[in-house]
Design a protein around this ligand. Structure first.
Ligand code: ATP
Ligand code: MG
Length: 257
């Protein structure tokens, strides 16, 4: 998708309205130092250590766009556990001229709830085709985690969409992660835009993308090969014996068997 056609251009924090930078979610380094993030017209990745605020930020963007915080399309309005932060009230989205015709917010954590919601809605009398048809026709509960996620990606994501994915790799084998890269590229060519939080050095390799690393000091744009994900995985796979020696040595004596 050309920059001029992108759906979401920029996310900024309404800093002047933040009540206190001492409280969650504003106390997170990534939020405290946030002024604005320019999104890539095709794929924007958020990376960073556990707890740096990727999900918090992704969720705020998704809620601002009108998605259900639990995940899903904009049509789902179920709520099993209210755990989202108030960050969405304090961010400003700069949108493009064109509106997406499709969209999805995937939280790996609540994929199970989404599958249950589809089953519940389909059990109710309706004149329309079953919702599950759009997800490959087979209950997402009757497919493995990875199978159901691939079904979603292949059948439900239709292009001209804005897709927000939180750790999509959670369900996927390395082979399927590579298949996912191909599917993302197909959808990008069909005028889609993605924002993806990931720990996967495979998925992160997608080249038509910008990577933002959430770290102490804020959110910084970084090259693929500069990421910890790439460097650590490379070092590990190049010399697994050496790395294991170090790791096992570090923990020796902590456990007795
Ligand atoms: N409701 C909450 N109240 C207070 N702190 C919270 C709340 N929800 C999350 N946090 C904290 O905010 C921080 C950021 O959480 P978040 O889930 O956004 O991290 P993340 O970058 O997505 O991590 P991961 O890679 O493990 O998914 C964490 O330290 C977490 O404990
Ligand atoms: Mg997370």
């Amino acid at each position: 998708m050309k920059a001029i056609e992108q759906y979401l251009i920029e996310v900024s924090l309404k800093r002047e309205q933040v009540p206190s930078f001492d409280e969650y979610p504003f106390c997170l380094d990534a939020v405290r130092n946030l002024s604005k993030i320019k999104l890539h017209p095709k794929v924007t990745f958020l990376v960073g250590e556990n707890g740096t605020g990727k999900s918090t930020l992704l969720e705020a963007i998704a809620i601002s766009l009108g998605f259900n915080p639990e995940g899903g399309t904009r049509n789902f309005c179920f709520n099993t556990y209210k755990a989202h932060s108030a960050l969405h009230d304090y961010i400003r989205l700069s949108r493009g001229v064109k509106r997406p015709q499709d969209g999805f917010f995937l939280r790996a954590e609540s994929f199970f709830n989404l599958a249950s919601e589809i089953q519940r809605l389909d059990a109710e009398p309706s004149f329309g085709p079953p919702i599950i048809d759009a997800y490959g026709g087979k209950s997402l509960h009757e497919q493995s985690h990875g199978e159901s996620f691939m079904a979603l990606l292949l059948n439900r994501f239709g292009g001209k969409g804005l897709y927000i994915l939180d750790e999509p790799e959670a369900a996927l084998s390395p082979t399927r992660q590579m298949a996912m890269i191909s599917r993302v590229h197909q959808l990008v060519q069909a005028k889609s835009q993605f924002i993806i939080a990931t720990h996967s050095p495979l998925i992160l390799s997608y080249p038509y993308a910008r990577i933002y690393q959430l770290e102490e000091g804020g959110i910084n744009s970084i090259g693929y090969k500069e990421t910890d994900h790439y460097q650590l995985t490379r070092d590990f796979l190049n010399r697994p014996e050496k790395m294991l020696e170090i790791l096992l040595d570090m923990s020796s004596g902590e456990l007795t068997d």
